[in-house]
Design a binder for this molecule. Structure first.
Ligand code: HEM
Length: 482
């Protein structure tokens, strides 16, 4: 790591924030077109960092007119300034979960669910306490349940490879994630409820309508204005997914009675608790896993056979020593743990974070300090923070053992995927993901199952429509040793 890391007390020169918003309407549209079509996301930010010689800049963020009233943000694009977004005393997180716009509450039963609440709102405390307590009560279910789901996943992948020579990973992974989540919260296989096998498709539609303003169908250039008009100009109405959402809600309501009873004991009404549970399972968890698992398998597969051999060796040795896949065994797998963190670092599943300045403040990058005024919207583009070359050597390279050992572990505080540092735990007073430990655990178990059963694999990947990569497994070699 280089020597110029963060020191909040350092006396860096105070500079005006560079960048430009342009004309209130045309400036926002120009930035939107650059972001989606003319440049693309990474290029959009990289060119501005270069142009203004700063990792803190002014810019507009999509969607802008007519969906977002104010697209103007101050973008944080380095590892040092980014964590101001985790400080609930400095930033307001009310209604900023998806950015500068707020999807209609019709999508969530008329409620502002937990993810849209600022920690200063009393219902954030009760809902997050409720979530943390559900997760704690399910602790012993995580490993055996996920292993059961994964064994089905690998059977399905093998079947596809033997019949079609390849297996499209995303849809199989989505089905696994949903099955795991429904069984975790409702203790029932979703296919034996009224949802049947349609859960992932129903959720995908429900999420797509809410997040369309942030997406593109990646059309050929001549169709870009149509794509822009269709997705970024007016919000999609809820009625298009009303019946799907109703089915999901009813299935959760019917089968999660013990959890809803618990919510009532926390003073949360049953209906509000159930809409929050649907959002927790289907948006926070499922959508996160929809992006993360393809990313994980993509980077691990592409890292090559050498890493696969090392992982298989570590995993098989520890499982044999410990007599099974237990929390203690997983904790001993230092390379496996590091590979999971490296995947979350190199391509964080949720790349955007927002917060409105609660007061005037000074934020600094590696090189300078900048004044941010109360009411200004702060935006962090996380891939630039966790690929900051002043913190990580060869940041764009996937280095499997990056977080191994004492020096490696020191870097964990710069891994921000959960909306805070990896070295911190979520509380009701902040907006850190309460599923943080579960996500890391599931990713480790995923790698363990993969390398207990197989020696190596190859994949083909391309950019997906949403945030996720599209991954196809082209070969999977059965384990030759135990
Ligand atoms: C790979 C999977 C996941 C990813 C990538 C992820 C990521 C995140 C991120 C980045 C945030 C902060 C959003 C913001 O306010 O800017 C968040 C919040 C949240 N996540 Fe996760 N998450 C995942 C899985 C889960 C799971 C499994 C649960 C629970 C079972 C969960 C529950 C929540 C909740 C309730 C919030 C809102 C927290 C609050 O309001 O204080 N997430 N998650």
């Amino acid at each position: 790591m280089s020597s110029s890391s963060a020191d909040p007390s350092s006396k860096l020169p105070l500079k005006p924030i560079p960048g430009s918003y342009g004309h209130p309407f045309f400036g926002a549209i120009k930035d939107r077109l650059d972001y989606f079509y003319n440049q693309g996301r990474d290029e959009f930010f990289a060119t501005r960092v270069q142009k203004y010689h700063s990792t803190i800049i002014k810019t507009n963020m999509p969607p802008g007119p007519f969906i977002a009233q104010n697209p103007r943000v101050i973008a944080l694009l380095d590892a040092v300034s980014f964590p101001v977004l985790f400080d609930s005393s400095k930033v307001e997180k009310r209604n900023v979960f998806v950015g500068t716009f707020f999807p209609s509450v019709s999508f969530t039963g008329g409620y502002r669910v937990c993810a849209f609440l600022d920690p200063s709102e009393p219902s954030h405390t009760s809902l997050k306490t409720f979530f943390l307590s559900i997760l704690a009560s399910k602790h012993n279910t995580f490993i055996p349940l996920f292993r059961t789901c994964l064994s089905q996943l690998f059977t399905d992948i093998e079947d596809k490879i033997s019949s079609q020579k390849k297996a499209f990973f995303n849809s199989l992974s989505d089905a696994t994630s949903f099955s795991f989540l429904f069984r975790l919260f409702c203790e029932k296989d979703p296919s034996s409820t009224k949802i049947g096998s349609k859960g992932p498709t129903m959720i995908d539609k429900w999420i797509a309508l809410q997040l369309a303003p942030l997406a593109t169908l990646n059309p050929p250039s001549f169709l870009k204005y149509l794509d822009d008009l269709l997705l970024h100009t007016f919000p999609f109405p809820f009625f298009l997914v009303k019946s799907d959402y109703k089915k999901l809600y009813e299935a959760f309501y019917e089968h999660s009675a013990p959890i809803l009873d618990k919510a009532e004991s926390f003073g949360i009404k049953r209906g509000e608790a159930c809409h929050n549970l649907v959002f927790l399972a289907c948006f926070n968890s499922y959508a996160g896993m929809k992006t993360f698992f393809p990313t994980l398998i993509k980077w691990v597969a592409q890292a090559g056979e050498n890493l696969h051999t090392q992982l298989a060796h570590e995993i098989r040795t520890v499982v044999n020593q410990e007599g099974g896949v237990t929390f203690q065994a997983l904790d001993k797998m230092t390379l496996t743990k590091s590979v999971v963190y490296e995947s979350l670092r190199i391509e964080p599943p949720v790349p955007f974070q927002y917060g409105e300045a609660k007061k005037d403040m000074v934020v600094h990058s590696h090189d300078a300090s900048y004044q941010i005024k109360k009411g200004e919207m702060i935006f962090g583009y996380q891939p630039f923070a966790t690929n900051d070359p002043k913190v990580f050597d060869h940041p764009r390279e996937f280095v499997g053992h990056r977080f191994v050992g004492e020096e490696g572990e020191k870097l964990l505080k710069y891994v921000y995927w959960s909306n805070d540092r990896e070295t911190k735990d979520p509380t009701v007073k902040d907006k850190q993901c309460p599923g943080k430990d579960l996500v890391v655990l599931l990713a480790r178990v995923f790698l363990v199952e993969l390398f207990l059963c197989y020696d190596t694999l190859t994949v083909e990947t391309k950019k997906g429509i949403g945030l996720e990569s599209s991954v196809t497994i082209t070969s999977l070699s059965k384990a030759t040793s135990t």
